[in-house]
Design a protein around this ligand. Structure first.
Ligand code: MSP
Length: 511
């Protein structure tokens, strides 16, 4: 039976159109989802949009439209962008959908009935931009939000509270027993430190806010948007109504978030799950930020990068590759076109692209456009296959810890090795000497098979280019149906296969 794998992205606010930061999280999740499918898993990959709350309501008001109109408009931008970036999500949840709203109400009622939610009075501050509550002592000078630096608003009202403090001890124990629960370790330590500083009960309803899910106990209250939003991860798979999909996929294997929303995912979310008696996700990974000139991208600073501007100019796969290769997942980095072009030219054009582009003409010229039969004594003298096997076993470890950059540099080692092998064995010279026919056939066979292996390995990262490479290699089986295991690597490309050379896949970009 196939093993299941459930992966999620945060659900994005629809007060603004998607930018490079959103694309980064979603591409990373897509790569992992595709990798797991390649490994034979039954994958469920979820993304979606966070559509309630003050932030959305106020943006709609400013635009002179209803929140409904705003969300319906912006959600299309997200869905279209994901299509353009080859995102292979299995579902897309909007928090304004019936299936979600009903689930949230049900969860709220359950927690209230079991006394994990109680009625009280909230006195403090609220940041609309982060949709976060703050104590006076936490604010920056001038009543500014400690997270985003914007002005916060004073709130004093009746509210329902979730007993977050009750889960402090249990949560710490979970962190201790599960060293990989929150990754990377810097974020894990940050979360532990925060829990140890003492958890306070969380206000989970707001008064005077119409754009949200009404509280099922008292309809003048609206459920706090973060509680609403976090529950998407389980409402999308049927909790608490349809048990089958939920029991298949919960607990999630990997939940990818940005470091800006660590607290919600490493503290509030697991506490709610504990209160519901549910298992916690296996890994919550908080990645870093793409900055521009060392500042976080944000609409108000006017420094957001539109991923479409890059993909229209340079293509989708170069962007997918760059984002995951350039920056270790977890760290921060500055986006620059200069670095982008440099990376794409060196890795995609000069290395991988060149390997394919120099090999196929030799097959056309000397082997009648067919994959040649290797000599019987072919013992893969450069050991590409052996190295590929080693790399594939290491790759799993890299991918399971979301070390995408290291994984890519390992895969590229095979391409480099193969390029060196061609240089050294010079099949173009061998082909001129009749007595060396067996040798050049063997060399070209090994190179083509190495290209086959590389294509399978890069498929999760650069899916469209990998498909084109696969077509040029002439392999008939579908790339999507390949399973990455020892057997498929050993199998080898079939001699006699007719190659189909096409235009260069990664043309060099003018610097
Ligand atoms: N709606 C909440 C999440 C709710 S999840 C239950 C939210 N949405 S958001 O639209 O602000 O998107 C947040 C996510 O986008 C971040 O956590 C991060 O994953 C990604 N990024 C936004 N800006 C980013 C960068 N500049 N760099 C990298 N990723 C960034 O928060």
């Amino acid at each position: 039976m196939k093993k299941n794998f459930y992966i999620t992205t945060p659900i994005y606010y629809v007060n603004d159109i998607p930018h490079l930061g959103h694309a980064y999280t979603t591409i990373a999740a897509d790569v992992l989802a595709r990798y797991k499918r390649l490994r034979g898993y039954n994958v469920f990959f979820l993304t979606g949009t966070d559509e309630h709350g003050d932030k959305i309501a106020r943006t709609a008001e400013k635009k002179g439209i209803s929140p409904h109109e705003l969300t319906d408009k912006v959600v299309i931008r997200f869905k279209n962008l994901w299509k353009e970036l080859y995102i292979s999500n299995d579902d897309f949840i909007r928090t304004t959908e019936f299936r979600h709203i009903e689930a949230v109400k049900e969860v709220f009622l359950k927690l209230y009935k079991q006394d994990d939610i109680y009625k009280g009075k909230y006195k403090g501050w609220y940041c609309i931009s982060c949709e976060s509550f703050w104590l006076e002592s936490q604010l920056k000078e001038g009543n500014l939000c400690p997270e985003c630096g914007r002005k916060v608003e004073k709130v004093e009202e009746e509210s329902y509270f979730f007993r977050l403090s009750k889960y402090q001890k249990k949560l710490l124990e979970h962190f201790e027993k599960n060293p990989n629960f929150v990754l990377p370790p810097t974020r894990r330590n940050e979360a532990i430190k925060f829990i140890k500083s003492g958890l306070k009960d969380l206000s989970v309803t707001r008064l005077k806010l119409n754009w949200g899910i009404p509280c099922p106990i008292q309809k003048e209250h609206t459920i706090y948007v973060w509680v609403d939003a976090l529950l998407n991860y389980i409402s999308a798979i049927g909790y608490p109504f349809g048990k089958e999909k939920f029991s298949f996929f919960w607990p999630a294997d990997v939940q990818i978030v940005g470091k800006d929303i660590l607290k919600f995912h490493a503290i509030i979310w697991p506490s709610i799950l504990m209160a519901l008696g549910l298992k916690l996700p296996k890994i919550v990974f908080a990645h870093g930020w793409w900055k521009v000139n060392n500042e976080k991208m944000s609409k108000s600073k006017g420094n957001v990068i539109d991923p479409k501007e890059i993909t229209e100019k340079y293509g989708v796969d170069p962007l997918r590759y760059f984002l995951l290769r350039e920056l270790p997942f977890g760290g921060d980095g500055s986006f620059s076109t200069f670095l982008f072009i440099k990376r794409v030219n060196s890795d995609l054009a000069n290395n991988l692209g060149n390997l394919l582009n120099r090999t196929l003409p030799l097959v056309i010229k000397y082997c009648d456009s067919k994959v040649p039969y290797p000599d019987k004594e072919n013992n893969d003298e450069i050991g590409i296959k052996k190295r590929a096997e080693e790399i594939i076993s290491q790759l799993d470890e890299m991918m399971n810890t979301l070390s995408f950059s290291k994984a890519l540099s390992l895969i590229w080692e095979i391409a480099k090795l193969t390029n060196l092998y061609i240089n050294k064995s010079a099949p173009w010279s061998l082909a001129k000497d009749k007595s060396k026919e067996g040798e050049y056939r063997t060399v070209l066979y090994n190179v083509l098979d190495s290209l086959r292996i590389i294509t399978i390995l890069v498929f999760p990262f650069i899916p469209q280019s990998a498909k084109k490479m696969w077509n040029q290699l002439g392999i008939e089986e579908e790339l999507e149906k390949q399973i990455l295991d020892e057997e498929s690597i050993k199998k080898g490309i079939i001699p006699g296969t007719k190659i189909k050379k096409g235009p260069p896949l990664f043309p060099r970009i003018e610097e």
